[in-house]
Write a protein that binds this ligand. Structure first.
Ligand code: BGC
Length: 397
């Protein structure tokens, strides 16, 4: 059979992503650092990928892939190391980082909060406390006044679903709570914090697109039956869409982070989630590109706003499946574009092997391997495949 080429729309953004605590190194003034000290993670973040110092080199790697976009996050604990005191040097450092991206022709997608919180904030406030919203507002205002001109697309929160579920329900992320009341309070505050941030950002930079990105799964059910269907739909709405619904019009796009599909199983007294597909990644997640198709179609039908895939990737230490994984998901994404969905870009997670939260450094999501002693970045074979796609704006199937 002859190879077929699937073209992406002109101006489509090809990107990669990272986040501050996962790559910068030396972030010892935040809640994740404290969590690590309590022995909750398999390894310490330490100097991570030293991207705080090597950002120019990282930007070059992004460029070498033929990417025209890079998603990074700002580390709140660097910018506001003490309550109400902002660090001019940290702000200048991020300015240099962003200007270097601009000079290299890279669109700057900036996440204001990719989970980590300054230690003082987590000790005195935390998302479950009312004061948290005002404090976040002040941070956002400062950042946008200082750096707003150097941001092309702004994501306020990365995956509120995980902040809430892992931080307040299962307790396996900071603040390690398992408390439904605190969960609800935190959710209310996060929604409000986003909405307020949206207004502030628009006041300072009316043309800057603002949104959130959410961890989305395609949910399926075990077996058949009315209750199973009903439950699956409820779970899907709750996890994928509830936060987007709550923020209403305070979004210019819908950010989707998609990794795998999940099965919902009704058990007493609640339900369980399990991964359902054939191939299991190093994270123990399945692979279900069709799931991405479903999620993107749902997002489009619900909100009719531009969609960005802000994370999609695989932990694959031997780089056996990565290229195939990327292509399969892009094929599914292309199908949504064909159906008329406005998809603005795709960001592979991640540029580098980095600090994978509780899992430490064993999970290798990177297009580039990082030598933990020398910090040398080495391209994996799949990075060449991704570069081919980014440079030609098409995939071969
Ligand atoms: C997070 C990333 C993380 C990735 C892989 C996403 O939920 O935003 O920070 O590295 O999943 O686990």
């Amino acid at each position: 059979m002859q190879n077929k080429k699937l073209k992406f729309p002109e101006g489509f953004l090809w990107g990669v992503g990272t986040s501050s605590h996962q790559v910068e190194g030396g972030n010892d003034n935040n809640d994740w650092y404290a969590w690590e000290q309590e022995g909750k993670t398999k390894e310490f973040s330490g100097i991570a990928c030293d991207s705080w110092n090597l950002f120019r080199e990282d930007n070059d790697l992004v460029k070498s892939l033929g990417c025209n976009a890079y998603r990074i996050s700002l580390e709140w604990s660097r910018i506001e190391p003490k309550e109400g005191e902002f660090s001019a040097s940290a702000i200048e450092h991020y300015r240099e980082w962003l200007l270097d991206m601009k000079a290299k022709g890279i669109r700057r997608f900036v996440t204001l909060n990719h989970w980590t919180l300054p230690l003082w904030f987590s000790q005195k406030y935390g998302w479950h406390k009312k004061g948290s919203v005002l404090i976040f507002q002040r941070f956002v205002e400062k950042v946008i006044k200082e750096l707003g001109e150097e941001i092309d697309v702004c994501i306020t929160f990365n995956e509120p679903r995980l902040i809430l579920n892992k931080g307040y329900a299962t307790g396996n992320f900071p603040p390690g709570k398992k408390n439904p009341i605190l969960y609800l309070l935190a959710r209310k505050n996060l929604v409000e914090a986003h909405k307020k941030a949206y207004v502030i950002i628009k006041k300072i930079r009316p043309d800057l697109p603002v949104g959130i990105t959410q961890f989305c799964n395609d949910f399926d059910y075990f077996g058949k039956g009315r209750w199973q269907n009903w439950l699956t739909e409820k779970v899907e709405n709750f996890y994928n869409w509830h936060f987007f619904d709550q923020i209403g019009e305070a979004k210019d796009f819908v950010g989707v982070n998609y990794y795998y599909g999940a099965k919902v199983k009704l058990t007493y007294p609640f339900y369980e989630l399990a991964t359902y597909e054939k191939k299991v990644t190093d994270m123990g997640w399945g692979v279900s590109p069709e799931g991405m198709f479903e999620v993107v179609m749902d997002a489009w039908e619900k909100y009719k706003k531009p969609i960005y895939i802000l994370e999609n990737g695989i932990a694959d230490s031997e780089d056996k499946y990565r290229a195939q994984y990327i292509k399969a998901h892009l094929r599914a994404l292309h199908k949504t574009i064909k159906k008329g969905v406005d998809v603005g870009g795709y960001f592979y997670w991640s540029l580098l092997d980095n600090f994978e939260w509780n899992e430490g450094y064993q999970m290798k999501f990177g297009l580039f391997e990082v030598d933990r002693k020398t910090m040398k970045r080495t391209p994996r074979k799949s990075s060449g495949e991704y570069a081919k796609i980014c440079k030609s704006n098409e995939i071969e199937v």
